[in-house]
Design a protein around this ligand. Sequence first.
Ligand code: TPP
Ligand code: MG
Length: 323
Amino acid sequence: MEKLIAQDIYYLMYLGRAFEYKAKEHYMTGDISGFLHLDIGQEALSVASMKAFEKGDVFTTYREHIMAIARGMEPKYVMAELFGKASGVSGGKGGSMHLFDPSHFFYGGDAIVGGQIPNAVGCAYARKYQGNLEGVMVVFGDGATNGGAFFESLNIAATHKLPILFLCENNEYAIGTNIKRAAPFREQYKKAEPYMLTKAVDGMKADEVYNAIKEAQSLLEKGHGPIFIEAYTCRFEGHSMSDANLYRSSQEMKHCKAKDPLPYFKNKMLTEFNFTQEEIEAVEKKADESVQEAVEFATNAKEPSLDALYEHVFYEELNNVVS
Ligand SMILES: Cc1ncc(C[n+]2csc(CCOP(=O)(O)OP(=O)(O)O)c2C)c(N)n1
Ligand SMILES: [Mg+2]
């Protein structure tokens, strides 16, 4: 990994965490409503996956604020979406779970667990048909691998050798249900092994995630076909703002937080990439300012007009969709 990429990854991880804490605060004050799933603790996977998979198309889950920002969406437009404002990335009508921006080849954000997986396979089929092997990356949780659509998607992707990377974010929980109660084994890549090349990485280490995904994308470009990567992570907050996280003991949380991806990568910045403490503080300051600016922008932004209620309800010509 180059030094500038390491800097960008640290910047985005730090910014992502600060963004999530601000979103939490503004949910509590009522500026944000609906569902809000925070990604605190899982920043390494969210940022490094987007930085590594720089080309191609991305589909993901409802826990996607940081991924959207790392993919290139400006924090202020993402925050405005959370606030339900017209200048939000989905016009204020999608909210936290539906961040969408075709100009960044980022197609959400899906509230249906695993719903994005068949959509991504369809996109990969289209891309291959168009002769484009840059690839599609689909991110989903461990819980999503227990659904039928997941297995059907593996089958189609493998049969047609589609250029798709399945990225499983295994935080060992589906809301409050531990993986041991929902699946016969902890390692979900075992479900994909009969169909495709698989790999497991430490999802708390941004460098490991980055390297694995870079390698996977270059294999896809060579026509290798589908690949499955599983990254083990740990979320520090409850499943969503309506989950008090009472099913995890303080001991389990302590163990989880000991793997915090930020100090791990900050140490890499100092020791491996030779950044000084002052340089790192400057990166952190810039990120804090960006989050502050995002909150101010979202606070002062306009609500969608009443007419917007009737837009995008029925099929209209899709002018802004990438061909
Ligand atoms: C089809 C469907 N079933 C159930 C739900 C309710 N639900 C929302 S999130 C979730 C857990 C998903 O867990 P996982 O895939 O591991 O993702 P994580 O939240 O851990 O990132 C469930 C069951 C849903 N949104 N969609
Ligand atoms: Mg999970």
